[in-house]
Design a binder for this molecule. Sequence first.
Ligand code: ADP
Length: 541
Amino acid sequence: MRSPLDDSQPPSSASGGDIAYATPSAARDMGAQLRLFIDSVKDYAILTLDPAGSIVSWNTGAERIKGYRSEEILGQHFSRFYPPEDITQGKPQQDLDTVNREGRLEEEGWRVRKDHSLFWANVVITAMRDTQGQLVGYGQVTRDFTERKLAQEQLLQSEERFRLLVEHIQDYAIYMLDPDGRVSTWNAGAERFKQYKAEEIIGQHFSRFFPPEDVARGKPWYALQVATREGHFEEEAWRVRKDGSLFWASVVITALHDPSGKLRGFAKVTRDITQRKQHQERRELEMLRDAVRARDEFLSVASHELKTPLTPLQLKLTALLRTVENHPSATLPVERIARDLEVARRQVRKLSDLIEDLLDVSRISMGQLRLDRAPMDLASLARDVVTRYAPQSAQVGCTVTLEAATPIMGRWDRARVDQVITNLLTNALKYGAGKPIHLRVRMDAGLAVLSVKDEGIGIPLEDQARVFERFVRAVSERNYGGLGLGLFITQQIIEAHGGIVQVRSTLGEGSTFTVMLPPGPDVTPEPGAPPEPGAGAPPEP
Ligand code: ADP
């Protein structure tokens, strides 16, 4: 390999003053070492040119980066490393002119390899002059920065893509605030909601988006404080557009810190959710209206139901009074009086049942339904209820059968469970009058199961899910009476016990209500337990 360094004269400290040597022999040795060093450097293309720009020396790095072996390239003009368009424009000579004028040139640009591929080069060209200042040639050091360039470009591109994305988003106002709260960027969404153009708003304080009363209370500054302290601030609130109109905004402010932890500003994302809020408010208003309508309806039904027993009660009492007034005490028609009193008592009973239901509903809605659990037998309780309603069953022409072989034990609130069975049985008598009714009590999969089956009017499929709601009553030509509270109370009682109640029904064919109750705390169900002799509460476990 030929090189200008390949000279019998070693470079001397006196010639350029760039390299200092301890002694002339060190200088000689160093000259050889330096040649070796330059030649073996792989990461830098180090080459020298004569004053006309022809290549005089070529190292391993140059071969590696540019692809030419030294024998191919020595003596060639260095302009062949430039892309054709640079050559057309005379750039190689311009570069040398710059070096002549300024002593050196450093630049980055595309250069061409032997195989015509391009690489991104960092190039330094230095003029080499002798002691008289005469130009003897040029030294050039080139590095291949292609990878770094591509990575940089990718980063720029992705930053650019992201910037474009944010800029064009319409549905979100996305912008930045400086640490003082002044707007520093603005996107299409921000312009759309807030009506300011970027040039009108950048540099303005973001407090102008707040209603005056919020500004007076210092809310904008409070929001930035919270974001700074906690990383972000979020709220839904009114904001002001440029024309002074308000919109309901969902706002997130995020604090932006640099790697050293210094607050750089805030990112702000705002959405106009006025429509959603209006929609929600409309729905709430509708629900409120529905609730008021339901309450009014209930009041009218309740007054009617409460008044119904009063009319016969009043008539009987008047009749009784007249009987007593018109008969001397010795001749009082005792039997008639007893009959009338019985009617009066039944009506009072109806009234107090209605009032009891109302009280239960208000207890439930205030969360005051308390259970008084004690060990009991569900089968014997069902038997009691059936017996109690025997006269009424006979009156409406229903045969009621009960299937319950063994005691079904659990810790339940006896009075409340009694109320449940009574509700289901009286509904069956009411809606299944004249047809058989069948009750069944059994254990199934560890649960006590009670079902009440009638063959009455049934419930339309679309109403079956609703019958357990408050105030839901049969819609039929016949007025069955009732407040529509019985099944609601039933369900609440069963659920308070941790159980469930269901209905299966076919319109016109009948209904089956099924209650499933877990045995309750501290009770292990005994499916094979022998039947208890006689009804009544068994001893405490
Ligand atoms: P009420 O019987 O006082 O109206 P409930 O809450 O007990 O109130 O019942 C709600 C509604 O469910 C009744 O109005 C009726 O439409 C329907 N329903 C309840 N039990 C039966 C049944 N066994 N057969 C048919 N419909 C029933």
